[in-house]
Design a protein around this ligand. Structure first.
Ligand SMILES: Cc1cc2nc3c(=O)[nH]c(=O)nc-3n(C[C@H](O)[C@H](O)[C@H](O)COP(=O)(O)OP(=O)(O)OC[C@H]3O[C@@H](n4cnc5c(N)ncnc54)[C@H](O)[C@@H]3O)c2cc1C
Length: 464
């Protein structure tokens, strides 16, 4: 069959309105936000509206041996949604409806193309919320599920996998499987929901997601705490959590990152000039409670605790400045990208080992003559480092040393952005070979011909 005949078949199955080829393809559908875009051209981008559309395209692709790349909003940071030349991109944006909201059970069932922003707007009047908060609200729930997205609130609420109760997934042969359900516990067989979460589109296409919601807490305060050393910041973090203060956000920003994000947002936080002069790093802490009295008591306890641990001062931000600071922190990626960062990585280590990890990271940066700045979800040990090193070989060597250090400390190459294309080499070199063999066996059981999102994660073959 000629390529044109194969495409005609696809158009007949889905309708011309759901298939883009050649110049009709939106350039935005050809990349994610990885700092290493590949500029690959697929045979087609399809825009399904129903699970049946996804089944049809997957059966068509299987029959013709065409690689399939699922795509959410393309905000991923590791090349996970990069198209395969000659493959088909399945863009999920039209499948963005709320299918069910059960306030009594705290459950929402959504299609995977719904964005975090859309879900937040739907939930706003209900008093419920989906507490996972990856910085980029245009990201889709399907993408979040497939990267096991984390974000700022993971320190209290956990990551995507802790809030997904069930899935509907289209497998590569077009079979539809339903996993889990609208219940908070299941002890009946292998947990396929958790297996699919974080699988980066390599096991199936997620077409429906059952989410666990939580009551929104009405009282909140954002606290900014400057410290004279990075070591003090990272050392105080585990003790804040041990105090039982349960912050919902616990972020660190080194002084350069703070200066660049606040400057980009034209944000003045009112830090005393004398304090600012001595500051090398900041903690941003958000406390959320059910009552105003509890919030006041927690704020006093927090202020006393950080002061005992070397805080230069404690600022409870006015609500407007607090919102602006959290938004500015969310934009740290764009600020680093605009400043010319060559890589941004998200190693995770146990939170108590962050001080040692950063000490080692800074020593490695000096050894490789590289400029390194950072911020991160320090409450869960997830460090985001921006790396400025134009020499590719030197950068790759430094990255490998950083990843190795993180893994040796009991951590992982990526805490939340995923492996994709960008971190594949280091992930495969550092992972437990027995675990990799098992993961490859699972992949073969789901996708024996390597058609689902090939050339990334476990699949070492180079992209054609
Ligand atoms: C400014 C900025 C800040 C960010 N902050 C955070 C953060 O704090 N925490 C965090 O975790 N991430 C963060 N991210 C990364 C990104 O937002 C997340 O990885 C998000 O989960 C990606 O969702 P997406 O819809 O854009 O997915 P895409 O980029 O489209 O895809 C991501 C992966 O999921 C797969 N996929 C997508 N949809 C499906 C589906 N329906 N079925 C099967 N596979 C699918 C793709 O094949 C790909 O492998 C940030 C990104 C940016 C740009």
């Amino acid at each position: 069959m000629s390529t044109n005949e194969i495409l005609d078949e696809l158009i007949e199955l889905l309708g011309a309105h759901a298939v883009s080829v050649g110049d009709e393809i939106n350039p935005d559908d050809l990349h994610d936000e990885s700092l290493h875009p590949r500029h690959t051209m697929p045979l087609a981008v399809v825009h399904p509206s129903t699970t049946n559309d996804v089944v049809a395209v997957v059966r068509w692709a299987s029959e013709h041996g065409i690689p399939v790349t699922p795509r959410g909003s393309g905000t991923g940071l590791s090349g996970g949604a990069t198209p395969v030349p000659g493959g088909v991109v399945v863009a999920m944006h039209r499948m963005n409806s709320l299918l069910r909201l059960d306030p009594a059970d705290h459950v929402a069932v959504v299609q995977p193309g719904m964005t975090l922003r859309e879900l937040g707007e739907i939930l706003e009047p209900t008093g419920l919320r989906y507490p996972v908060y990856p910085g980029e609200l245009s990201g889709s729930l399907g993408g979040n599920v497939n990267t096991n997205a984390g974000g700022m609130r993971a320190v209290r609420h956990g990551v995507t996998r802790h809030h997904v109760l069930g899935l509907e997934v289209v497998l590569i042969d077009g079979t539809v499987v339903r996993t889990g359900g609208p219940v908070v516990k299941v002890s009946s067989g292998y947990d396929l929901t958790q297996l699919i979460i974080g699988s980066e589109g390599t096991l199936g296409i997620v077409t429906e997601i059952t989410l666990k919601l939580s009551p929104a807490l009405p009282h909140a305060a954002t606290v900014l705490v400057p410290f004279a050393t990075l070591d003090e910041v990272t050392t105080v973090v585990p003790s804040i959590i041990s105090e039982g203060l349960a912050p919902s956000i616990l972020e660190y920003l080194d002084v350069l990152t703070m200066a660049s994000v606040t400057q980009a947002a034209q944000l003045e936080l009112g830090v005393d000039a004398g304090v600012a002069e001595k500051t090398l790093a900041y903690l941003v802490i958000v406390l959320e409670t059910r009552t105003a009295e509890q919030l006041d008591a927690d704020l006093i306890a927090l202020a006393e605790h950080v002061t005992e641990h070397g805080a230069l001062d404690v600022y409870v931000l006015p609500p407007h400045a607090a919102t602006q600071l959290i938004e500015a922190r969310e934009r740290a990626f764009w600020v680093a990208k605009a400043a010319g960062a060559h890589d941004i990585i998200d190693i995770v280590v146990p939170r108590s080992r962050v001080p040692r990890f950063l000490e080692r990271a800074n020593a490695l940066a000096a050894q490789y003559e590289t400029f390194l700045v950072g911020c991160g979800h320090v409450g869960d040990g997830n460090i985001h480092l921006s790396i400025y090193q134009p020499d590719e070989t030197r950068r790759a060597d430094l990255l490998h040393e950083l990843f190795r250090t993180g893994v040796e400390m009991g951590g992982a190459v990526s805490g939340e952005h995923g492996i994709g294309l960008d971190k594949q080499k280091d992930f495969l070199a550092l992972a437990d070979p027995v675990s990799l063999d098992l993961q490859r066996a699972i992949k073969r059981a789901f996708d024996p011909h390597h058609l689902l999102n090939p050339y990334r994660l476990l699949d070492e073959r180079p992209m054609p």
